[in-house]
Design a protein around this ligand. Structure first.
Ligand SMILES: *Cc1c(COP(=O)(O)O)cnc(C)c1O
Length: 333
């Protein structure tokens, strides 16, 4: 949609041949799905400007403005900015209000990737974290993440129905609308996306909402956020553990540092520790690398998680870390 709205001329017919290069902007912490989109749309990943982030892993808005200005000066066509409502690595929420302002001033499409974070809007207490999200031209989020819906149920909201149709709808004889009967439907979903035949994914979402109510999902989301905050506090209280990012939503990133383990060995240690933890069957946290430092990444989206589970997780990580230290000491003697 962003491409069809912001390219000059009729990009659906001409493709991007002969077009001025169109550039889009997102933080370095943005999920690789945006790069994939740039590739699939024929824009090329070289058109995606990955911007630096601040200490809280939020996009540097000054750098965004500068990048847009630089590209304009070179005769390129900036067309889209992507904001994060919960980055994949740390759950950071970009300053969506500021991004919406930039998009408005620069005439860019404003897309928000809220894969899991957008669902926090269900909770009145957490909603302020997402301020500015409501100004997006398009917002993508997954119901199979924080709403516990069986795989898969991605969702996209688009502000302009007309822009949405302009990007995807076309007329065919065999699917033309009829005055009455079964083919008299008002419009088809295929006019709003790339799929023609499609499953009724919305049914399971609707059933879940009917069965449990939105308020219950909000409570469960709040529960995960509280658990993440508690885990962050326990990590902070343990001198052998080091937290590497703020835990604003439901993600806690930390690593085992032991007592004076040299920095250059910590990555290998934490990799080994993670493998042992997975193999032990006790817990299966994910992992990532932040600022070049490998760490465990605990992302809480399960309604069955209990605080005791997280306390146990911390104890196990400490136990495995100490076990590792002992082995290495034994080897070096
Ligand atoms: C999970 C995730 C995606 C990709 O989601 P899928 O719909 O599961 O492919 C994109 N962005 C973010 C921020 C995510 O967390």
């Amino acid at each position: 949609m962003a491409r069809s709205e912001k390219a000059g001329g009729d990009v659906r017919r001409t493709g991007l041949f002969g077009q001025t290069r169109m550039t889009l902007y997102a933080s370095r912490e943005t999920h690789a799905c945006v790069r994939r989109a740039a590739e699939v749309l024929g824009l090329g990943s070289g058109s995606l400007r990955l911007l630096p982030v601040d200490a809280d892993f939020r996009v540097d808005v000054g750098a965004l403005r500068a990048a847009i200005a630089r590209d304009r000066a070179e005769g390129l066509r900036p067309f889209c900015v992507v904001g994060n409502a919960g980055t994949v690595n740390t759950g950071a929420v970009d300053d969506l209000e500021a991004l919406a302002d930039v998009a408005e001033q620069e005439g860019l499409w404003f897309h928000v990737d809220g894969a899991f974070g957008a669902l926090a809007a269900l909770s009145p207490r957490l909603r302020p974290l997402l301020r500015g999200m409501e100004r997006a031209d398009s917002l993508a989020f997954d119901l199979h993440k924080w709403m516990h819906i069986p795989f898969e149920a991605g969702c996209i909201l688009v502000r302009s129905e007309a822009a949405h149709r302009r990007a995807f709808a076309y007329q065919t004889e065999y699917l033309a609308q009829m005055p009455r009967g079964l083919a008299a439907r008002p419009s088809m979903f295929s006019e709003y996306g790339v799929q023609l035949t499609r499953g009724f994914r919305a049914l399971k979402v609707w059933m879940s909402l009917k069965a449990h109510g939105a308020a219950k999902f909000a409570r469960l989301i709040e529960q995960n956020v509280e658990q993440a905050h508690a885990l962050a506090r326990w990590v902070d209280a343990e001198p052998e553990l080091q937290r590497l990012a703020p835990a604003s939503l439901n993600v806690v990133c930390f690593r085992y540092v032991g007592r004076g383990v040299p920095e250059e060995r910590l990555d290998a240690w934490n990799r080994e520790l993670l493998c042992r933890l997975h193999e032990s069957g006790v817990a299966v946290p994910s992992y990532t690398t932040l600022g070049g430092r490998h760490c465990l990444r605990v992302c809480l989206t399960n309604h069955r998680t209990r605080r005791e589970d997280l306390e146990f997780l911390v104890q196990e990580i400490l136990r495995l870390g100490r076990e590792l230290s002992a082995e290495l000491e034994a080897k070096s003697v």
